[in-house]
Write a protein that binds this ligand. Structure first.
Ligand code: ATP
Length: 844
C-alpha cells in the first residue's frame, strides 16, 4: 500500500539539486523509479511494499527502511515527468559542451528498458515514449533553435556489451575482436573500431536506434518475457562550431551523451536461467558487481584517492568518464513495488544510495586547436587596434579605446582588404585543422590495423617455422634413405668399373676375384645387416689377392661414398634422378661377356690355367650377378620405400595440420571452460558470502524471537497473577460484566461512568461490585492491567511477525543453499570436463 511519508531530516548540501558545486565538481544525481505491479504480480496477489514521501525525495521499503534520493518517482509518475526531471537538463548541458550520461540500473524486469525507451517496440503511444526518443527530439529542437549561432555535426553510435564482448549494433557485421576501449591523448575514453553515423534529423536517428535495438541480445526468463541480456549504450556525439559575430571568434566544442540501459541484476534461481541464460546471468552479475566496486571506491571518502577498479570489466572501463570523470551523470534506479521482490528492491536502493556520493568533474570540451586559433585572432585584433590608434595619432586624432574601437576599425574601408585576407587565411587554417584531424583519425585506425596484422603475421611465422623444423626432420630421414640407396648404387658402379680390367685380360681373374670378393663381403654384410630375404653368399677371396688397379677402383668408390660427394650426388640426383639403367648397362655388358665364348681361352698364355680359371671366374661372376640382381631389387625396394615415406610425410603433414586445428579448438574450449570455472567460482564465493550473511541474520532474528518469547511468558505469568486477584465481575455503567478484565472494556476507563451500587435483589448482588473489589478497581492497578494486556497483544503480534520472518529467512537460506549446491555441482562438472580435455591434450 502506498502511504505518503512525512518529510524526514532536511537535505544536506550535497543532496540538493546543485549541478555544479563551487569546486567545479558535480555529484552524480540519483533518482528512483518504482514501476506498478505487472499483470503476473497482480495474478499472484502480490502486495506493494514501497511508500513515498510527499516531497518526492524519499522512499520507504516496508516500515522502517527509508532512503533519500534526488528524485523519487512513484508508479503513477509519467515518462514525461521522469524525463523532464532527470534528462532534460543533461541534454541542455550537452548542447553547451558538457559530457552527459544517464544510466538505468535495477533488477531484471524492474522497468529499465521501459524507462530508457530503447526496446524494439515501435508502436508506442506518445506518453509511453522513454528517455531516448525524447532526448533525441530535444536535441534536434535545440540544434534548430541555435542554427544561426552555431554549426552542428551530430553523430551516433550504438553498442552492447554481451558476455564481455562489445558489439556494434549499428554495424552487426563488425567482429567484436576489432573493437577495443582506448584512452586518447587527453585521457578521454574512446571506442576504437566502432563506426559512428552522422545524423541530420530526428527521424534518421530514431531509425538508427530502432535498427540497433533489433540486434540487441534479448531472451525470455521467468521474471521478464523480453529480458535484455546485455548492457546497451547509445552514444550521441554533438560537435558544434559556434560563431560569435561581434568578436569574429569561432570555437569548436564537442560533447558525448551516453544513454545506458544496463542488463538487470538477477538470481538464476528466480529467472530459471540454465545453460546459455545461466552463463549470461553470470557475466551480467559480474559486470554489475564490477560497477558496484567502482561506485564503492568512488563513493567512499577514504577510498576516493585510492585505485578505482575501472579495468575489472568492459562496462566500467566504458563508463570511466561517466563515473568520477568528465561528465554530468544521472543514475535512475528502477525498482519493483511487489513484496515478492522486497530483497532485490532493498539491494537496488542500497546500490543506488552509494552512487550519490560520487563526485564528477565536468568541463566544457573545447577543441584545443580552436582555442589556440581564438587566441591568435585575439592577438590580431589587438595588433589591428594598435595600428588603428597609431594611424589616428598620425592624423592628429584621438586614439580609440574601449570595446567599440574594434568596430570602428572594422568599418574602416581601407582595412577591409587586409581583414578579408586574414579571414580567408583563418578559414583555410580551420579547414586544414579539420583535414588534419581526419587524417590523424585515419592514421590511428591504420596503426591499429597494422598492429593487428603484425600480430597475425607473427603467429603465422611461428607456425611456419614450426612446420619448417618438422619438414627438415622428415627431409633428414629421407636423405638417410637416399644415402643408403646411393651407397648401394656406388657399390654397383665400383663393380662395373672392375669389368674393363677383366676384359683387358691382365691378371683378370685375380683382379676380378679380389675386387668382387671385397664387394661381396661388404654387400653381403650389408644385406645381412638389413635383414633376411636376399640369400647369403660365401666368398673365398681375400683382399690380399687384390691388384693395385682394383684397389684404386675401390678407393674411387669409397671417395664417391664420402658424405661430401654423396651430398653432391644427392644434388645431381635431385635434378636428374639416377637411373638403374645406367648401372644396368654395365651389368648387361658383364652378362654379354658371360654368354659369349671364353676370351680367356683364346688369350691362353697370360692365364695360369686358362680354361679352369675362367670357368671358375664365370661362376663367381654369375654368382655376383645374382647378387647385383638382388641389389637391383633392393634398390627398387628402397625407392618404393622412399616413395611411400614421401606419401607418409604428406599424410603426416596433413595429420599435423588437422591435429593443430583440433588442438586450437581444444585450447579454445579449455579457455572457455577456465573462464566459466572462474565465473562459477566468483558466483559461488558471492553466494557463500551471502549465505553466511543470511545465516548470521537468521541466528540474530532467532535470538530476538527467543527473547521475545521469554518476555511473553513473563508477561503472561504476571497477567495470570494479577487476574487471580480479580473479582468475577464488575458493575460498570449500570451493567454487570462478569469475569471481563476492566482493561478490555471500551471506552477507556476514565470515560466510563463507574457507579458504586450494592443492590442485593439484582443480579449484580451475585457478583462483587467495584466497592467490594476496591483494591482491584484501583486506578493504578487497572491502568497497569490495560498496559500489560496491550503489551501482551503487541508482543504476540511481534512474535508472529518474527516467526513468519524467521520462516521466510529459513526458506531463503534453504534456497540459497540449494543454489550453492547446484552451482558447486555444475562447477565440479565443468572442472571435470576441463580436466578431461587437458588430459586429452596432454595425451595428444
Ligand atoms: N513505469 C512503468 N509503467 C508501466 N509498466 C512498466 C513500467 N516499468 C516497466 N513496466 C513494464 O514492466 C515490464 C518489464 O520492464 P522492462 O523490460 O523495461 O524491464 P527491464 O528492467 O529492462 O528488464 P531486464 O533487465 O530483464 O531487461 C515490461 O512489460 C514493461 O512494460
Amino acid at each position: 500500500m502506498t502511504v505518503p511519508l512525512s518529510p524526514l531530516s532536511p537535505l544536506t548540501p550535497s543532496q540538493r539539486d546543485s549541478p555544479v558545486e563551487d569546486d567545479g565538481c558535480s555529484s552524480v544525481r540519483v533518482a528512483v523509479r518504482a514501476r506498478p505491479l505487472v499483470e503476473k504480480e497482480i495474478v499472484e496477489k502480490c502486495m506493494e511494499c514501497v511508500s513515498y514521501s510527499q516531497d518526492g525525495k524519499q522512499v520507504a521499503l516496508g516500515k522502517d527502511r527509508r532512503f533519500t534520493f534526488d528524485h523519487v518517482f512513484g508508479p503513477a509518475v509519467s515518462q514525461e515527468d521522469v524525463y523532464n526531471e532527470c534528462v532534460k537538463p543533461l541534454v541542455e548541458s550537452c548542447c553547451s559542451g558538457y559530457n552527459a550520461t544517464v544510466l538505468a540500473y535495477g533488477q531484471t524486469g524492474s522497468g529499465k528498458t521501459f524507462t530508457m525507451g530503447c526496446g524494439n517496440n515501435v508502436s508506442l503511444l506518445e506518453e509511453e515514449l522513454g528517455i531516448l526518443p525524447r532526448a533525441i527530439r530535444q536535441l534536434f529542437e535545440t540544434v534548430e533553435e541555435r542554427s544561426n549561432q552555431a554549426e552542428f555535426l551530430i553523430k551516433c553510435a550504438f553498442v552492447e556489451i554481451y558476455n564481455e564482448d562489445i558489439k556494434d549494433l549499428l554495424h552487426p557485421d563488425t567482429p567484436s575482436k576489432s573493437i577495443s576501449i582506448r584512452e586518447d591523448a587527453n585521457g578521454n575514453i574512446i571506442l576504437a573500431g566502432v563506426k559512428e553515423e552522422v545524423v541530420t534529423d530526428f527521424e534518421s536517428m530514431i531509425r538508427f536506434l530502432q535498427h540497433g535495438s533489433v540486434f540487441r541480445t534479448t531472451g525470455s526468463t521467468l521474471m521478464n518475457q523480453h529480458s535484455s541480456r546485455s548492457h546497451a549504450i547509445f552514444t550521441i556525439i554533438v560537435e558544434q562550431r559556434s560563431i560569435l559575430e561581434c568578436a569574429n571568434i569561432s570555437e569548436v566544442i564537442t560533447a558525448k551523451f551516453h544513454l545506458v540501459d544496463l542488463a538487470g541484476s538477477e538470481r538464476a534461481k528466480r529467472t530459471g536461467a540454465v545453460g546459455m541464460r545461466f552463463k549470461e546471468s553470470v557475466t551480467i552479475n559480474c559486470g554489475l558487481l564490477a560497477l558496484g566496486n567502482v561506485i564503492s571506491a568512488l563513493g567512499d571518502e577514504q577510498k576516493r584517492c585510492q585505485h578505482v577498479p575501472y579495468r575489472e570489466s568492459k562496462l566500467t572501463r566504458m563508463l570511466q568518464d561517466s563515473l568520477g570523470g568528465n561528465s554530468r551523470t544521472c543514475m535512475i534506479a528502477c525498482i519493483s513495488t511487489a513484496d515478492t521482490n522486497f530483497e532485490e528492491t532493498l539491494n537496488s536502493l542500497k546500490y543506488a544510495n552509494r552512487a550519490r556520493n560520487i563526485r564528477n568533474k565536468p568541463v566544457i570540451n573545447r577543441d584545443p586547436h580552436s582555442v589556440m586559433l581564438n587566441q591568435l585572432r585575439q592577438e590580431i585584433r589587438t595588433l589591428q587596434l594598435e595600428l588603428l590608434n597609431s594611424r589616428m595619432r598620425n592624423v592628429g586624432l584621438e586614439p580609440v579605446t574601449g570595446p567599440q574601437s574594434m568596430d570602428v576599425l572594422l568599418q574602416d574601408e581601407s582595412h577591409q582588404e587586409f581583414l578579408a585576407d586574414i579571414r580567408a587565411r583563418t578559414d583555410l587554417s580551420v579547414d586544414m585543422t579539420a583535414e588534419l584531424d581526419a587524417v590523424r583519425r585515419k592514421n590511428r585506425e591504420r596503426e591499429y590495423e597494422c598492429l593487428k596484422l603484425k600480430d597475425e603475421i607473427q603467429e603465422l611465422q611461428s607456425v611456419v617455422s614450426k612446420l619448417e623444423e618438422e619438414m627438415s626432420d622428415v627431409c633428414t630421414e629421407r636423405d638417410n634413405y637416399q644415402l643408403k640407396l646411393d651407397e648401394v648404387n656406388s657399390e654397383m658402379t665400383a663393380l662395373m668399373q672392375v669389368l674393363p680390367h677383366w676384359e683387358g685380360g691382365n691378371d683378370v681373374s685375380s683382379v676380378v676375384k679380389g675386387h668382387l670378393s671385397e664387394m661381396m663381403k661388404r654387400v653381403i654384410g650389408e644385406i645381412e645387416n638389413e635383414g633376411p630375404g636376399y640369400g647369403s653368399s660365401e666368398s673365398s677371396f681375400s683382399s690380399l689377392d687384390r691388384p693395385a688397379s682394383a684397389n684404386a677402383a675401390i678407393r674411387r668408390s669409397e671417395i664417391e661414398r664420402s658424405p661430401l660427394n654423396s651430398r653432391e650426388r644427392n644434388k645431381s640426383s635431385n635434378s636428374r634422378p639416377r637411373s638403374q639403367l645406367e648401372d644396368s648397362h654395365s651389368v648387361a655388358s658383364v652378362r654379354d661377356f658371360l654368354s659369349s665364348p671364353s676370351k680367356g681361352d683364346s688369350r691362353g698364355s697370360n692365364c695360369n690355367s686358362p680354361g679352369g680359371t675362367n670357368r671358375a671366374t664365370r661362376n663367381i661372376i654369375n654368382q655376383h650377378l645374382r647378387t647385383i640382381r638382388v641389389l637391383e631389387e633392393r634398390l627398387a625396394v628402397k625407392e618404393s620405400d622412399v616413395k611411400s615415406k614421401d606419401e607418409a610425410l604428406k599424410e603426416a603433414t596433413e595429420d599435423l595440420a588437422r591435429d593443430e586445428r583440433i588442438f586450437a579448438e581444444k585450447m579454445k574450449d579449455i579457455k572457455a571452460l577456465k573462464q566459466l570455472a572462474r565465473d562459477l567460482a566468483t558466483e559461488k564465493e558471492i553466494l557463500v558470502h551471502k549465505a553466511e550473511k543470511d545465516t548470521a541474520i537468521i541466528s540474530r532474528i532467532s535470538e530476538e524471537a527467543m527473547a521475545k518469547e521469554d518476555e511473553l511468558v513473563r508477561l503472561r505469568t504476571s497477567l495470570e497473577t494479577l487476574q487471580s486477584g480479580l473479582p468475577e465481575a464488575f458493575v460498570i455503567n449500570g451493567a454487570c460484566v462478569p469475569g471481563v478484565p476492566v482493561a478490555l472494556i471500551k471506552p477507556k476507563r476514565e470515560n466510563v461512568d463507574v457507579r458504586v451500587e450494592n443492590n442485593e435483589n439484582s443480579d449484580e448482588a451475585k457478583f462483587p461490585t467495584l466497592e467490594t473489589a476496591g483494591d482491584v478497581a484501583d486506578t493504578v492497578g487497572q491502568a497497569r492491567l490495560e498496559d500489560l494486556s496491550e503489551k501482551i497483544k503487541a508482543a504476540e503480534k511481534e512474535k508472529e511477525r518474527l516467526l513468519s520472518e524467521n520462516k521466510a529467512i529459513e526458506e531463503q537460506k534453504q534456497r540459497l543453499e540449494e543454489d550453492v549446491q547446484a552451482q558447486t555441482q555444475e562447477f565440479k562438472r565443468k572442472k571435470q570436463k576441463g580436466n578431461f580435455f587437458t588430459k586429452c591434450l596432454v595425451g595428444y
